[in-house]
Design a protein around this ligand. Sequence first.
Ligand code: PMP
Length: 289
Amino acid sequence: MKVYLNGSFVDQADAKISVFDHGLLYGDGIFEGIRLYGGCVFRLDEHLERLEYSAKAILLDLPWSRKELSDLVCEACRVNGLTDGYIRLIVTRGVGNLGLSPASCKKPGLIIIADSIELYPKEHYTKGLAIVTVATRRINPAALAPSIKSLNYLNNVLAKMEAAQYGALEAVMLNDQGFVAECTGDNLFLVRKGVLYTPVVSSGALRGITRDSVLELARKRGLEVAECQLSRYDIWIAEECFLTGTAAELIPVVKVDGRVIGNGRPGPVTHDLLEAFHEVVRKDGTRID
Ligand code: PMP
């Protein structure tokens, strides 16, 4: 596998960065996870726009245009002969001294990895996931906005490990007011009485590209959509629950904290949206050739 690293494509084994990169020293950097479906990069423009917003939020001037980044992402797929896969685009603050201040970092680092991914075992897409609410709270937006897709994922990592201690593959994270924020790497959706609910971004959720795409699909299908504050109670009384994410796509949830959601099987709205999503990923893309 060839990895794009600061100006050239290098062998995976040679894709090494400096120990003085502030991305490593302080998690000072941003990233995107992007999917390639049938030779098309799904919603590349939206991912690059989110990257630009993340950069702006951490006062990092991107020295690359959107077109340059877009071309490099496509090239990373071509170089590795991929038609389907997962792309990780990382921008680090760059190499500096041991001080916390980014002032010593003269040039941001750029890494693009195009690989494959399978986040959840296949059977969970038909049977549904069992997830748990963890005690680790989603970081307060006043401390570090979850809308910034930063290299600081320790909050999510700790929650993911907590879920694993209960034998679950994903965790519901509440914000410090006790409202549902999101999962460690996925957004959360509920269905009740023909309405599709998802936590409002200000509850501490990332504005997921898959989330936006599913909200659009739902609206097109005449479903009422509500982005609002949700509590665990809303999960308990939901008829359906599912998660969305670039890696996960759209995955049903049938149990939360041992409680059965709906009738314990993936519901009709989830099924319908999952099918619609699989259709749209082949259309809403940027061709890599
Ligand atoms: N929330 C978090 C914390 C994430 O890391 C991700 C991406 N893995 C998502 C939600 C889903 O966002 P997207 O659909 O853009 O992948």
